[in-house]
Design a protein around this ligand. Structure first.
Ligand SMILES: *Cc1c(COP(=O)(O)O)cnc(C)c1O
Length: 422
């Protein structure tokens, strides 16, 4: 599409947008009484208006039924982990038996590493991207130490080539081949939180498997943002955040994916709990853990109903909108943002977009590496009603989200940003 830098053109795109009605299903934050330009759905997704109804229903069932709600609530609490499966499976490209909602991301990452990081005397290394999200780094470091190993030796962090900001898939594949004999595990953030780069999951998984390693992904910035085919790509495991693109509320519900090929592998080490135990015997309180088949066998504690209700509200919207429609709009929306930003005269003197220009290598987020006065520009747009996010040392992340952002939002952002760098 040939874009134009005018408000009129942005409004025309909004009019033609088949998903335009979804915006009114969300609460949009205000700044000084006016609707904000909200570009931080990558950090905390907005609240759907139907969320209250979902929570109220659980509160009412709790009030009227007490413990009987486990069996007789509108959505019986005993089976709650099943209600999100279908929608989650579609979003990550999996079978419903391969996914389950539980816990939060870092906790899940630990549980999965317990199963899939099985270092031996020779094969004990984890390969990941340099500058991974801190929580992931801490998880890797502490897991390595838990096995009595030295993180300095056991963790390989890949950096982009000199002068480049993002990794090339061919370099990742080559590094995996190079460390073949010592690799136990390959883990990447599917969409890198800082640069917005969407990695080549299929190629990385293939290379990891050829090297005899397990391969997993942190989908914090990928789920609900980019198309995923975890089953088809033979990814061993993955986990995600519910509160970013999935709009499941602050600190909201995470979940895991475990590929079908591991569904009945009861030899994998696990940290067990009663909710992952054979449901026919769960309440017999007997000795001897028997894991459920599939992802369900990684559950530990009983299901948090309130968090789950918040997530179901959002998943209902995802079911209606459809990931492929969202992706179509997202490519246009972010493409328009990129077009406008790079149309600013001498933009190169002020900032570089470090997110890859190819649409297959990014989701909705663009990361703007500021060359001068970055923090001041950020403060200026913030005062001007933009909610974006600043990442030390010098990046402004902006994420127009196809569910609730408009082309007009993108245009308004561009004008305020252009003003601020002047
Ligand atoms: C947001 C994010 C997290 C947050 O972890 P929690 O356990 O949900 O607090 C972890 N990793 C990545 C890559 C993230 O983007």
């Amino acid at each position: 599409m040939k874009f134009e830098a005018s408000l009129q053109f942005a409004r025309k795109l909004d009019k033609e947008d088949p998903l335009r009605s979804f915006r009114s299903q969300f609460y949009l934050p205000k700044v000084k009484g006016k609707p904000a330009i909200y570009f931080t759905g990558n950090s905390l997704g907005l609240q759907p208006k139907i969320t209250k109804k979902f929570i109220s229903e659980e509160l009412n069932d709790w009030a009227s039924l007490g413990v009987e709600g486990h069996f007789h609530a509108k959505r019986p609490w005993l089976h709650y982990h099943q209600f999100s499966k279908k929608a989650l499976a579609k979003i990550v490209g999996a079978k419903s038996t391969e996914v389950v909602a539980m816990n939060q991301l870092t906790v899940n990452l630990h549980l999965l590493l317990v199963s899939f990081y099985k270092p031996t005397a020779t094969k004990y290394k984890i390969l990941t991207e340099a500058g991974a999200f801190s929580s992931d780094q801490y998880a890797f470091e502490s897991q390595v130490k838990f096995h009595g190993l030295d993180p300095e030796k056991a963790i390989i962090e890949l950096s982009p080539r000199a002068g480049e900001h993002t990794l090339r898939t061919e370099d990742i594949v080559q590094a995996i081949e190079k460390h073949k004999d010592e690799l136990a595990l390959v883990v990447f953030g599917a969409v890198q939180y800082y640069t917005g780069q969407f990695f080549g999951l299929r190629k990385i998984t293939e290379a990891g498997h050829n090297a005899g390693a397990f391969v997993g992904f942190d989908l914090a910035h990928a789920i609900g943002n980019v198309p995923l085919q975890l089953h088809q790509h033979n990814v061993d495991f993955a986990t995600w955040c519910g509160y970013k693109y999935l709009n499941s509320g602050p600190g909201g519900m995470s979940g895991v994916f475990v590929h079908e090929m591991h569904a009945t592998n009861f030899d994998l080490p696990r940290f067990a709990g009663w909710w992952g135990h054979n449901p026919r015997e769960r309440f017999q309180m007997k000795k001897g853990f028997q894991p459920m088949t599939g992802a369900d066998g990684w559950q530990v504690s009983n299901f948090p109903i309130m968090s789950g209700a918040v997530q179901l509200a959002s998943l209902e919207i995802f079911e209606k909108a459809g990931m492929s429609n969202l992706r179509k709009k997202s490519i246009l929306l972010t493409g328009y943002l990129e077009f406008l930003l790079t149309s600013i005269e001498n933009f190169n003197q002020h900032f570089t977009i470090i997110t890859p220009p190819s649409k297959t290598e990014r989701g909705c987020q663009l990361s703007l590496l500021m060359k001068k006065n970055g923090k001041r520009v950020f403060e200026k747009i913030t005062a001007d009603g933009v909610i974006a996010d600043w990442r030390e040392p010098d990046v402004i992340r902006v994420a127009p989200v196809p569910l609730y952002n408009t082309f007009e939002d993108v245009f308004q952002f561009y004008q305020r940003f252009k003003n601020a760098i002047r």
